[in-house]
Design a protein around this ligand. Structure first.
Ligand SMILES: *Cc1c(COP(=O)(O)O)cnc(C)c1O
Length: 429
């Protein structure tokens, strides 16, 4: 694979952008490669600056559930851009997207748009603290809720990839009120809530964890979080930045039948443009300024381009049978990958929730962050390089999920399975 132009661009970028990238995992360091620079996307494929073509399973880390350059989304963006990119004043599009999310997700009565998932989670936590007048927040090891100070404790995604528990620059006093517990373990959380429940502002959780690879909630985990928080007057926050409109149109809360008090969104609801949102019960949401005293603002929040892209994307997702079809495609891939592992005698576990999945090189079940870390990362790195070489672009980290889009056709899935089989045979050899 010729990556000459990418190499040159990386050298240039590294001189003026830290690590040459604007988000750490993109640098591909943990898998021992260098990033390719992308020129354009086409459906389920990416074309880099050297003309290499890849089947893309990152999908911009989740937003592109319709693939790259979906004509309906592109048209909506083009139409919006002609009227102006941002006004810092309300537009009708904001109401339209808000209504769509409220209709889709039964726990949402009101919603506020922001510009990223980080902002959504940070603001939801502030709101929970303001609403309850309490300080403590509980999160779970390996869950990632963006890079706000108080949430960077035992976090997944890039910070897990770097193998560090927190980050320099976050004063210990800022995380003094954050408690991180093992995912899927009801003993710890039950005990803690029995002891300190009346001091806990919120429990924030990824209802399907997609930032430590992919980990599904065990039966009863989410339901018990709901009961425990209810009992203590604690706000239950589902961070559905990744799972919202991904695992089902109504998100993971619809899939598992548990209603949180607040929900964070991002990724898909922006249709590939920068967006986040948080919403929930009216009585809590009305505490946000200017309706209430909890401050939160944003210059570009609710900007018309992102709203238009989000509306167009959700419109497509609402079509009859969309998720069934996507699920079938994802199932074909997962089944093919499992078979490839068996046939090449490589220990692999694949966890899947709809069109999100995680592949771990281990023979043990993966139910939490500790399990995920048992996966052989050296083998993962080798697998990553084997896939890239064969034209399949997966996340360059064990601690990221793989995303299938509606643009992945039969040929792409078949090619990917063949590539996986060959890459795994190399590992076994
Ligand atoms: C991606 C993600 C975030 C952060 O969103 P950004 O837009 O990258 O700030 C927060 N929570 C979860 C669950 C995510 O997957």
């Amino acid at each position: 694979m010729n990556t000459e132009k990418s190499q040159t661009l990386l050298e240039h970028a590294q001189k003026i952008i830290p690590g040459g990238v604007n988000s750490p995992v993109r640098a591909c360091r943990s898998v021992g490669t260098k990033p390719v620079f992308i020129e354009r996307g086409e459906g389920c494929r990416l074309i880099d600056v050297d003309g290499n073509r890849f089947i893309d399973y990152i999908g911009s880390w989740g937003p592109l559930i319709l693939g790259h350059c979906h004509p309906f989304v592109m048209e909506a963006i083009n139409k919006a851009v002609k009227r102006g990119t941002s006004f810092g004043a309300p537009t009708e599009l904001e109401i339209e997207l808000a209504e769509m999310v409220i209709d889709a997700v039964p726990s949402i009565e009101m919603i506020r748009m922001v510009n990223s998932g980080t902002e959504a989670a940070m603001s939801a936590v502030r709101l929970a603290r303001g609403y309850t007048n309490r300080d403590i927040i509980i999160k779970f090891d390996g869950c990632y809720h963006g890079h706000a100070d108080s949430l960077l404790v035992e976090a997944g995604s890039g910070i897990a990839t770097l193998g560090i528990p927190g980050s320099p620059g976050v004063p210990s006093s800022f995380v003094a009120h954050t408690i991180s517990l093992p995912y899927n373990d009801l003993d710890y959380i039950s005990k803690l809530m029995a002891e300190k429940g009346d001091k806990v502002a919120c429990i924030i959780v990824e209802p399907v964890a997609g930032n430590m690879g992919l980990v599904l909630p065990k039966d009863g985990f989410l339901k018990t979080l709901r009961e425990l928080s209810e009992k203590s007057g604690t706000v239950l926050i589902f961070d559905e930045v990744m799972t919202g409109f991904r695992v089902a149109y109504g998100g993971a809360q619809d899939l598992f039948g548990v209603r949180p008090d607040l929900t964070c969104f991002g990724k898909i609801i922006g249709g590939g443009l920068p967006v986040g949102a948080y919403g929930g019960q009216r009585k809590i949401m009305e505490q946000i300024a200017p309706a209430g005293p909890v401050y939160q603002a944003g210059t570009l929040s609710g900007n018309p381009l992102a709203m238009a892209a989000g509306i167009a994307t959700l419109t497509k997702l609402k079509e009859e049978g969309f998720y069934e079809k996507l699920d079938k495609t994802a199932d074909e891939l997962a089944t093919g990958l499992r078979l490839a592992a068996v046939e090449s005698s490589v220990n692999a576990v694949i966890n899947r929730a709809g069109s999100m999945m995680g592949l771990f090189f281990t023979d043990q079940k993966v139910c939490n962050f500790a399990d995920a870390k048992m996966s052989d990362q050296a083998i993962f790195a080798q697998y990553y390089r084997g896939m890239l070489k064969r034209g399949v672009y997966i996340a360059p980290s064990q601690f990221e999920a793989l995303f299938v889009s509606s643009a992945h056709d039969k040929t792409a899935i078949e090619q990917s399975i063949i590539a996986a089989k060959e890459a795994m045979e190399d590992i076994a050899a």
